[in-house]
Design a protein around this ligand. Sequence first.
Ligand code: SF4
Length: 77
Amino acid sequence: MMVGGLRSPELMAEIVANHEADMISLSRPLIREPDIISTWQSGERKAPDCISCNKCLEALYKGQQLHCAQQKPLAAR
Ligand code: SF4
């Protein structure tokens, strides 16, 4: 399994096709866009909106609910 900053769905597919990894693991992109996999499956190959700033971890350190710090909370949208 490969993890760490992969943000291009084309690169992820290439890594698996080339047997460099059996699977790709995502975390931060799914915090920001929980539906990104469904988006890719529908054919839209956009890059994740996550900018890898790691500010979502600050919420965890403060005992807050995990969320993307670059987005407004769902209740405020
Ligand atoms: S806070 Fe930053 S690293 Fe975390 S999900 Fe949002 S954009 Fe990605």
